[in-house]
Design a protein around this ligand. Structure first.
Ligand code: FES
Ligand code: FE
Length: 435
């Protein structure tokens, strides 16, 4: 084990992350990236999968959390299990595909075979092992903690620390807002994921996801080409839309309350679809929630949020960020299908393709700007990044949510404030207090 003398000097995150400015090394330094994987992704709660992705016993997906590859599988009793993707014999990766269906998990190397719940159930030529060898001691390693909210499954790779509910805090309102657009309160993420490799640090993608300042500039071509992307069109300097800091690093662009203030049009969040084209969905919502509440939900629409550290409820899409290195990330996107809203789901799929598909407008624009930012911060001067916009005009709501104008950087500051707390605490968690 490394001694204090051999550890690199502790990184002072309270210096690097200040209110209103950030040090550029946060996007480039390999040691900072390694500490983030440990402190944020391994020791904190991260989104890993949605339960609708593994609907049947034997369904699995493989996901990366921090540096760790994990198998999320529904076992033969219907329970979700999450195992490290590592054979307990000599360490080979068990699942090489990103998703599939198995009745058991067999290692490609020497064919040790595991039940879906992780028990070792088959060892070729088992008699050759010495006395005392027991299959009962050689199952797959489960992750330390698994919990879920609204079907969103989160993991934490250490046994102690705050709960998922503490981590989500007020952000459960955002998840509830999305689920509440389904007449049965459930969503399905079963259209498959689009993957885009971005040559930018994962935090640049997080910041961009809740940035109300850039849309008119960066997405200008989309606005000219396709006027149905109403939520982008509305992002004007004069927009009453607010950015919000929910605490715990969770942030949001709040279109919902503006749509509700207007209180006149259903489905602005779909690009303005005529409600007459969705009669069964509207009726199902009215039957489920009553006419007045259904109307409120269908005017307000979904959240546009970034849940710390890797899950974005991006209106009718889910976006997940996988850090790869200080200068690369993978962005996964999937349309949100609402259970009980087939009429709308077909349209949601087309909008997802148009905005976020390989030829999509939005994701290409944001990928390019992320890459330009990454290239820029590789230059050493000026050292600091300005993040002060709107600092003097923020308001705090009675529930503690901080709000400011659409073009302000309150959401980015909310992310970074929590980042600083987590990364500073990790100095102690990783034994650096003696370094
Ligand atoms: Fe898996 Fe040998 S490494 S069976
Ligand atoms: Fe954008």
């Amino acid at each position: 084990m490394a001694t204090a003398a051999t550890l690199p000097p502790a990184i002072d995150y309270r210096h690097l992350v200040q209110d209103g400015r950030l040090h550029g090394s946060l996007y480039t330094d390999p040691e900072i990236f390694a500490q983030e994987m440990e402190a944020i992704f391994h020791r904190g709660w991260s989104f890993v999968a949605h339960d609708s992705e593994v609907p049947n016993n034997g369904d699995f997906v493989v996901r990366k959390v921090g540096t760790q590859s994990l198998i999320v599988v529904r076992d033969s009793k219907g329970e979700i299990r999450i195992h490290y993707n590592r054979c307990s014999h000599r360490g080979a990766v068990l699942c090489q595909t990103s998703s599939g269906h198995r009745s058991r998990l067999t290692c490609p190397y020497h064919a040790w075979t595991f039940a879906l719940d992780g028990r070792l159930i088959g060892v070729p030529d088992e008699e050759a092992y010495p006395a005392g060898f027991s299959k009962a001691d050689a199952g797959l390693a489960p992750v330390a903690r698994v919990d879920s909210y609204g079907g969103f499954i989160f993991v934490n790779l250490v046994p102690n620390g705050y709960s998922l509910r503490d981590h989500l805090g007020k952000a459960t309102d955002l998840i509830d807002g999305l689920l509440g657009l389904s007449p049965v309160g459930r969503i399905q993420l079963n259209a498959g994921w689009m993957k885009h490799k971005m040559r930018s640090n994962w935090k640049i993608i997080v910041e961009n996801q809740v940035d109300g300042y850039h849309a008119q500039m960066v997405h200008g071509s989309l606005l000219k080409a396709n006027q149905t992307f109403a939520t982008v069109r509305d992002r004007k300097p004069t927009s009453p839309t607010r950015v919000q800091d929910f605490g715990m690093g969770h942030t949001d662009i709040d279109h919902t309350s503006d749509y509700l203030k207007a209180n006149d049009r259903l489905f602005r969040w779909t690009g303005g679809i005529d409600p007459a084209r969705l009669p069964n969905y509207v009726k199902a919502m009215q039957d489920a929630y009553g006419e007045e509440d259904a109307r409120r939900r269908l005017i307000g629409g979904p959240p546009h949020s970034m849940l710390f550290p890797n899950l974005s409820l991006a209106e009718m899409n889910i976006m997940v960020i996988e850090p790869v290195s200080p200068t690369a990330s993978i962005q996964y996107t999937c349309p949100v299908f609402l259970e009980g809203a087939d009429e709308l789901n077909a349209r949601t799929l087309r909008r997802c393709e148009g905005a976020l598909g390989p030829a999509g407008f939005l994701i290409a624009d944001d990928a390019e700007i992320g890459e330009l930012t990454q290239m820029g911060v590789a230059n050493l001067e000026p050292e600091w990044i300005n993040l002060s916009r709107g600092m003097d005009t923020e308001e705090v709501l009675p529930n503690g949510v901080k709000r400011a104008g659409l073009m302000d950087e309150t959401s980015q500051r909310g992310f970074w404030r929590h980042y600083r707390e987590v990364m500073s605490a990790s100095d102690h968690a990783m034994g650096r207090e003696n370094g």
